[in-house]
Design a protein around this ligand. Structure first.
Ligand code: UDP
Ligand code: MG
Length: 330
Protein backbone atom coordinates (compact mmCIF):
# COMPACT_ATOMS: atom_id res chain seq x y z
CA UNK A 1 0.00 0.00 0.00
CA UNK A 2 1.47 3.36 -0.89
CA UNK A 3 0.08 6.69 0.15
CA UNK A 4 -0.05 9.94 -1.79
CA UNK A 5 -0.46 13.22 0.09
CA UNK A 6 -1.70 16.41 -1.53
CA UNK A 7 -0.67 19.47 0.43
CA UNK A 8 -2.50 22.76 -0.09
CA UNK A 9 -1.82 25.97 1.84
CA UNK A 10 -5.06 27.96 2.01
CA UNK A 11 -5.23 31.50 3.24
CA UNK A 12 -8.56 33.28 2.85
CA UNK A 13 -9.54 30.97 0.00
CA UNK A 14 -13.18 30.54 1.08
CA UNK A 15 -14.38 31.06 -2.47
CA UNK A 16 -12.16 28.32 -3.86
CA UNK A 17 -12.22 25.53 -1.28
CA UNK A 18 -15.32 23.65 -2.47
CA UNK A 19 -14.27 23.58 -6.13
CA UNK A 20 -10.69 22.78 -5.19
CA UNK A 21 -11.67 19.76 -3.11
CA UNK A 22 -14.11 18.63 -5.77
CA UNK A 23 -11.45 18.70 -8.48
CA UNK A 24 -8.78 17.04 -6.35
CA UNK A 25 -11.05 14.19 -5.26
CA UNK A 26 -12.33 13.76 -8.84
CA UNK A 27 -8.86 13.34 -10.31
CA UNK A 28 -7.50 11.27 -7.42
CA UNK A 29 -10.46 8.97 -7.75
CA UNK A 30 -9.18 7.94 -11.17
CA UNK A 31 -5.44 8.57 -10.78
CA UNK A 32 -4.76 6.24 -7.87
CA UNK A 33 -3.93 2.66 -8.85
CA UNK A 34 -5.08 -0.36 -6.85
CA UNK A 35 -2.87 -0.48 -3.77
CA UNK A 36 -2.58 3.32 -3.62
CA UNK A 37 -4.47 5.61 -1.30
CA UNK A 38 -4.42 9.35 -0.90
CA UNK A 39 -4.95 12.08 1.66
CA UNK A 40 -5.43 15.82 1.25
CA UNK A 41 -3.56 18.02 3.73
CA UNK A 42 -5.02 21.53 3.93
CA UNK A 43 -3.07 24.11 5.91
CA UNK A 44 -4.74 27.25 7.10
CA UNK A 45 -5.63 29.49 9.94
CA UNK A 46 -8.32 31.69 8.44
CA UNK A 47 -10.15 29.15 6.27
CA UNK A 48 -10.22 26.67 9.15
CA UNK A 49 -13.98 26.53 9.93
CA UNK A 50 -14.81 25.81 6.31
CA UNK A 51 -12.25 23.01 6.14
CA UNK A 52 -13.52 21.53 9.38
CA UNK A 53 -16.99 21.36 7.87
CA UNK A 54 -15.62 19.78 4.67
CA UNK A 55 -14.14 16.90 6.68
CA UNK A 56 -17.58 15.39 7.22
CA UNK A 57 -17.95 14.92 3.45
CA UNK A 58 -14.30 14.24 2.64
CA UNK A 59 -12.89 11.89 5.28
CA UNK A 60 -9.47 11.79 3.57
CA UNK A 61 -8.99 15.47 4.44
CA UNK A 62 -6.40 16.32 7.08
CA UNK A 63 -6.71 19.85 8.40
CA UNK A 64 -3.63 21.58 9.79
CA UNK A 65 -4.58 24.71 11.68
CA UNK A 66 -1.74 27.16 12.34
CA UNK A 67 -1.81 29.62 15.25
CA UNK A 68 -1.75 32.51 12.75
CA UNK A 69 -0.78 33.19 9.13
CA UNK A 70 2.96 32.60 8.82
CA UNK A 71 2.98 33.17 5.06
CA UNK A 72 2.78 30.85 2.11
CA UNK A 73 6.20 29.18 2.27
CA UNK A 74 5.86 28.37 5.97
CA UNK A 75 2.30 27.10 5.52
CA UNK A 76 3.57 24.84 2.75
CA UNK A 77 6.34 23.63 5.06
CA UNK A 78 3.82 22.87 7.82
CA UNK A 79 1.83 20.85 5.27
CA UNK A 80 4.90 18.92 4.12
CA UNK A 81 5.76 18.19 7.76
CA UNK A 82 2.24 16.89 8.43
CA UNK A 83 1.98 14.82 5.22
CA UNK A 84 2.77 11.13 5.70
CA UNK A 85 2.63 10.01 2.06
CA UNK A 86 5.27 8.13 0.07
CA UNK A 87 4.74 10.82 -2.54
CA UNK A 88 3.71 14.36 -1.64
CA UNK A 89 2.18 16.86 -4.05
CA UNK A 90 2.35 20.55 -3.17
CA UNK A 91 -0.08 22.90 -4.88
CA UNK A 92 -1.76 26.29 -4.52
CA UNK A 93 -5.35 26.46 -3.35
CA UNK A 94 -6.67 28.99 -5.83
CA UNK A 95 -6.85 26.50 -8.72
CA UNK A 96 -4.09 28.24 -10.64
CA UNK A 97 -2.40 24.85 -10.49
CA UNK A 98 -4.80 22.40 -12.20
CA UNK A 99 -5.23 19.32 -9.95
CA UNK A 100 -5.61 17.15 -13.07
CA UNK A 101 -1.85 17.44 -13.61
CA UNK A 102 -1.32 15.27 -10.51
CA UNK A 103 -2.16 12.24 -12.68
CA UNK A 104 0.91 13.06 -14.82
CA UNK A 105 3.05 13.66 -11.74
CA UNK A 106 2.13 10.23 -10.44
CA UNK A 107 3.04 8.53 -13.72
CA UNK A 108 6.54 10.04 -13.54
CA UNK A 109 6.84 9.15 -9.86
CA UNK A 110 5.95 5.54 -10.59
CA UNK A 111 8.68 5.58 -13.26
CA UNK A 112 11.10 6.35 -10.45
CA UNK A 113 11.47 10.13 -10.38
CA UNK A 114 11.88 11.79 -6.99
CA UNK A 115 10.70 15.22 -8.04
CA UNK A 116 8.25 16.08 -10.78
CA UNK A 117 7.91 19.84 -11.07
CA UNK A 118 5.49 21.77 -13.24
CA UNK A 119 6.90 24.49 -15.45
CA UNK A 120 4.57 27.27 -16.55
CA UNK A 121 4.31 27.40 -20.30
CA UNK A 122 1.84 30.24 -20.06
CA UNK A 123 0.09 32.11 -17.27
CA UNK A 124 -3.47 33.31 -17.53
CA UNK A 125 -5.09 36.14 -15.63
CA UNK A 126 -1.86 37.81 -14.54
CA UNK A 127 -0.74 41.29 -15.50
CA UNK A 128 2.10 42.21 -17.82
CA UNK A 129 4.16 43.51 -14.91
CA UNK A 130 3.91 40.31 -12.85
CA UNK A 131 4.78 38.18 -15.86
CA UNK A 132 7.76 40.34 -16.79
CA UNK A 133 9.18 40.56 -13.26
CA UNK A 134 8.69 36.80 -12.73
CA UNK A 135 10.49 36.08 -16.01
CA UNK A 136 13.43 38.30 -15.09
CA UNK A 137 13.55 36.92 -11.54
CA UNK A 138 13.76 33.23 -12.50
CA UNK A 139 16.53 33.95 -15.00
CA UNK A 140 18.50 36.17 -12.63
CA UNK A 141 18.47 33.73 -9.73
CA UNK A 142 19.50 30.93 -12.06
CA UNK A 143 22.59 32.90 -13.07
CA UNK A 144 23.45 33.81 -9.51
CA UNK A 145 23.57 30.38 -7.94
CA UNK A 146 25.28 27.03 -8.36
CA UNK A 147 22.05 25.17 -7.66
CA UNK A 148 20.17 24.50 -10.88
CA UNK A 149 16.78 26.06 -10.15
CA UNK A 150 14.42 25.52 -13.10
CA UNK A 151 12.98 28.68 -14.67
CA UNK A 152 9.25 29.59 -14.63
CA UNK A 153 8.60 26.90 -12.04
CA UNK A 154 6.65 27.50 -8.86
CA UNK A 155 6.02 25.20 -5.95
CA UNK A 156 3.50 23.00 -7.81
CA UNK A 157 5.28 19.65 -7.81
CA UNK A 158 5.41 16.08 -6.56
CA UNK A 159 8.17 15.00 -4.19
CA UNK A 160 9.12 11.53 -3.03
CA UNK A 161 9.34 10.67 0.66
CA UNK A 162 13.12 11.05 0.77
CA UNK A 163 12.91 14.54 -0.74
CA UNK A 164 10.24 15.58 1.77
CA UNK A 165 12.36 14.16 4.59
CA UNK A 166 15.36 16.13 3.31
CA UNK A 167 13.26 19.31 3.24
CA UNK A 168 12.19 18.51 6.79
CA UNK A 169 15.84 18.66 7.78
CA UNK A 170 16.40 22.13 6.33
CA UNK A 171 14.93 24.51 8.87
CA UNK A 172 15.99 27.83 7.39
CA UNK A 173 13.56 30.60 8.27
CA UNK A 174 13.46 32.51 5.00
CA UNK A 175 12.35 29.63 2.92
CA UNK A 176 12.57 29.48 -0.83
CA UNK A 177 11.12 26.01 -1.20
CA UNK A 178 11.53 25.68 -4.95
CA UNK A 179 15.25 26.37 -4.52
CA UNK A 180 15.58 23.98 -1.59
CA UNK A 181 14.01 21.18 -3.63
CA UNK A 182 16.57 21.75 -6.39
CA UNK A 183 19.31 21.77 -3.77
CA UNK A 184 18.15 18.37 -2.44
CA UNK A 185 18.84 16.76 -5.82
CA UNK A 186 17.92 13.13 -6.69
CA UNK A 187 16.12 12.38 -9.95
CA UNK A 188 14.10 15.40 -11.04
CA UNK A 189 12.02 16.04 -14.13
CA UNK A 190 9.80 18.88 -15.32
CA UNK A 191 6.54 18.82 -17.21
CA UNK A 192 4.99 21.87 -18.83
CA UNK A 193 1.53 23.20 -18.14
CA UNK A 194 -0.68 26.18 -18.72
CA UNK A 195 -1.20 28.10 -15.50
CA UNK A 196 -4.83 29.05 -15.09
CA UNK A 197 -6.22 32.26 -13.67
CA UNK A 198 -7.24 32.37 -10.02
CA UNK A 199 -10.77 30.94 -9.59
CA UNK A 200 -11.92 33.68 -7.18
CA UNK A 201 -10.31 36.26 -4.93
CA UNK A 202 -7.18 38.34 -5.17
CA UNK A 203 -3.52 37.32 -5.18
CA UNK A 204 -1.89 37.24 -1.76
CA UNK A 205 1.43 38.13 -3.36
CA UNK A 206 1.33 41.86 -4.11
CA UNK A 207 4.52 43.55 -5.36
CA UNK A 208 5.89 44.13 -1.84
CA UNK A 209 5.65 40.42 -0.94
CA UNK A 210 6.98 39.38 -4.34
CA UNK A 211 10.01 41.60 -3.77
CA UNK A 212 10.58 40.12 -0.31
CA UNK A 213 10.22 36.62 -1.71
CA UNK A 214 12.69 37.40 -4.52
CA UNK A 215 15.25 38.73 -2.01
CA UNK A 216 14.69 35.61 0.15
CA UNK A 217 15.37 33.45 -2.89
CA UNK A 218 18.52 35.28 -3.92
CA UNK A 219 20.02 35.62 -0.43
CA UNK A 220 19.27 31.94 0.33
CA UNK A 221 21.04 30.70 -2.75
CA UNK A 222 23.71 33.21 -3.68
CA UNK A 223 26.55 35.15 -2.11
CA UNK A 224 27.16 37.19 -5.22
CA UNK A 225 25.41 40.32 -3.81
CA UNK A 226 27.83 40.24 -0.86
CA UNK A 227 30.70 40.40 -3.30
CA UNK A 228 29.13 43.38 -5.04
CA UNK A 229 31.10 45.79 -2.80
CA UNK A 230 34.35 44.07 -3.72
CA UNK A 231 33.63 44.21 -7.45
CA UNK A 232 32.57 47.86 -7.38
CA UNK A 233 35.56 48.60 -5.14
CA UNK A 234 37.96 47.20 -7.74
CA UNK A 235 36.33 49.12 -10.59
CA UNK A 236 36.29 52.40 -8.64
CA UNK A 237 39.91 51.90 -7.56
CA UNK A 238 40.96 51.34 -11.17
CA UNK A 239 39.27 54.59 -12.21
CA UNK A 240 40.74 56.41 -9.21
CA UNK A 241 44.23 55.19 -10.13
CA UNK A 242 43.93 56.44 -13.71
CA UNK A 243 42.41 59.70 -12.59
CA UNK A 244 45.21 60.09 -9.99
CA UNK A 245 47.84 59.85 -12.70
CA UNK A 246 45.99 62.44 -14.78
CA UNK A 247 45.75 64.83 -11.83
CA UNK A 248 49.48 64.50 -11.06
CA UNK A 249 50.33 65.23 -14.71
CA UNK A 250 48.03 68.24 -14.74
CA UNK A 251 49.72 69.51 -11.58
CA UNK A 252 53.20 69.05 -13.06
CA UNK A 253 52.22 71.01 -16.16
CA UNK A 254 50.76 73.79 -14.08
CA UNK A 255 47.01 73.28 -14.50
CA UNK A 256 45.16 73.89 -11.25
CA UNK A 257 41.49 73.02 -11.76
CA UNK A 258 38.77 74.23 -9.39
CA UNK A 259 37.59 70.58 -9.10
CA UNK A 260 34.13 71.08 -7.54
CA UNK A 261 32.29 68.93 -10.07
CA UNK A 262 34.68 66.01 -9.93
CA UNK A 263 34.67 65.99 -6.12
CA UNK A 264 30.86 66.11 -5.96
CA UNK A 265 30.51 63.27 -8.46
CA UNK A 266 33.03 61.16 -6.55
CA UNK A 267 31.37 61.81 -3.18
CA UNK A 268 27.85 61.14 -4.40
CA UNK A 269 28.83 58.05 -6.33
CA UNK A 270 30.85 56.52 -3.53
CA UNK A 271 28.18 57.50 -0.97
CA UNK A 272 25.58 55.67 -3.06
CA UNK A 273 27.76 52.61 -3.44
CA UNK A 274 28.46 52.55 0.29
CA UNK A 275 24.76 52.74 1.18
CA UNK A 276 23.90 49.96 -1.27
CA UNK A 277 26.60 47.67 0.08
CA UNK A 278 25.65 48.36 3.70
CA UNK A 279 22.06 47.57 2.72
CA UNK A 280 23.07 44.29 1.10
CA UNK A 281 25.16 43.29 4.11
CA UNK A 282 22.13 44.22 6.25
CA UNK A 283 19.86 41.88 4.28
CA UNK A 284 22.14 38.95 5.07
CA UNK A 285 22.73 40.08 8.63
CA UNK A 286 18.96 40.30 9.26
CA UNK A 287 18.54 36.76 8.00
CA UNK A 288 21.37 35.51 10.18
CA UNK A 289 19.69 37.25 13.12
CA UNK A 290 16.35 35.59 12.35
CA UNK A 291 18.06 32.25 12.08
CA UNK A 292 20.02 32.46 15.35
CA UNK A 293 16.87 33.35 17.29
CA UNK A 294 15.88 29.72 16.76
CA UNK A 295 12.18 30.33 16.98
CA UNK A 296 10.09 27.50 15.55
CA UNK A 297 9.03 28.03 11.93
CA UNK A 298 5.34 27.92 12.90
CA UNK A 299 3.05 27.01 15.75
CA UNK A 300 0.26 24.49 15.38
CA UNK A 301 -3.18 25.16 16.74
CA UNK A 302 -4.45 21.69 15.87
CA UNK A 303 -4.17 18.81 13.41
CA UNK A 304 -7.30 16.86 12.54
CA UNK A 305 -6.18 13.70 10.75
CA UNK A 306 -8.20 12.28 7.91
CA UNK A 307 -8.42 8.63 6.86
CA UNK A 308 -6.66 7.98 3.51
CA UNK A 309 -9.02 6.98 0.69
CA UNK A 310 -8.58 4.65 -2.27
CA UNK A 311 -9.62 5.52 -5.82
CA UNK A 312 -12.66 3.95 -7.39
CA UNK A 313 -12.39 3.83 -11.16
CA UNK A 314 -10.70 0.98 -13.12
CA UNK A 315 -7.10 1.51 -14.21
CA UNK A 316 -7.97 1.88 -17.89
CA UNK A 317 -9.39 5.36 -17.45
CA UNK A 318 -6.43 6.78 -15.56
CA UNK A 319 -5.53 10.29 -16.65
CA UNK A 320 -7.91 10.19 -19.58
CA UNK A 321 -8.50 13.60 -21.03
CA UNK A 322 -5.40 15.01 -19.38
CA UNK A 323 -3.16 16.53 -22.06
CA UNK A 324 0.13 14.75 -22.67
CA UNK A 325 2.91 16.96 -21.29
CA UNK A 326 6.13 17.61 -23.13
CA UNK A 327 9.11 16.57 -20.98
CA UNK A 328 11.60 19.37 -20.75
CA UNK A 329 15.27 19.32 -19.95
CA UNK A 330 16.83 21.97 -17.78
N1 UDP B 1 -1.08 31.57 0.86
C1 UDP B 1 -0.93 31.25 2.20
N2 UDP B 1 -0.46 32.21 3.06
C2 UDP B 1 -0.13 33.47 2.63
C3 UDP B 1 -0.25 33.78 1.24
C4 UDP B 1 -0.74 32.81 0.39
O1 UDP B 1 -1.21 30.14 2.62
O2 UDP B 1 0.31 34.29 3.43
C5 UDP B 1 -1.59 30.55 -0.10
C6 UDP B 1 -2.79 30.98 -0.91
O3 UDP B 1 -3.98 30.71 -0.21
C7 UDP B 1 -2.65 30.14 -2.16
C8 UDP B 1 -1.13 30.02 -2.33
O4 UDP B 1 -0.58 30.31 -1.05
O5 UDP B 1 -3.18 28.84 -2.00
C9 UDP B 1 -0.58 30.95 -3.38
O6 UDP B 1 -0.96 32.28 -3.12
P1 UDP B 1 -1.47 33.27 -4.28
O7 UDP B 1 -2.36 32.52 -5.21
O8 UDP B 1 -2.06 34.47 -3.65
O9 UDP B 1 -0.11 33.66 -5.00
P2 UDP B 1 0.10 33.91 -6.59
O10 UDP B 1 -0.41 32.69 -7.29
O11 UDP B 1 -0.68 35.12 -6.95
O12 UDP B 1 1.58 34.11 -6.75
MG1 MG C 1 -2.31 32.09 -7.10
Amino acid sequence: MSLISIVVPLYNEEGNVAELLRRITAIMDVATLPGERYEIVAVSDATFALLEAARTKIPQLTVVDLSRNFGHQIAATAGLDAAVGDAVVLMDGDLQDPPELIARFLEKWREGYDVVYATRKSRKGEGFFKLLTARIFYRTIRRMTNVSIPVDTGDFRLMSRRVVDALGQTREKHRFLRGLVSWVGFKQIGIEYERDARLTGETKYPLSKMTKFAIDGITSFSEIPLRFATYVGFVVSAFAFIYGIIVVFLKIFGYNEPGYTSIMVAILFLGGVQLITIGIAGEYLGRIYDQVKERPLYLLSSIERGAPAAGSVPVATVAEGVPEPAPISQ
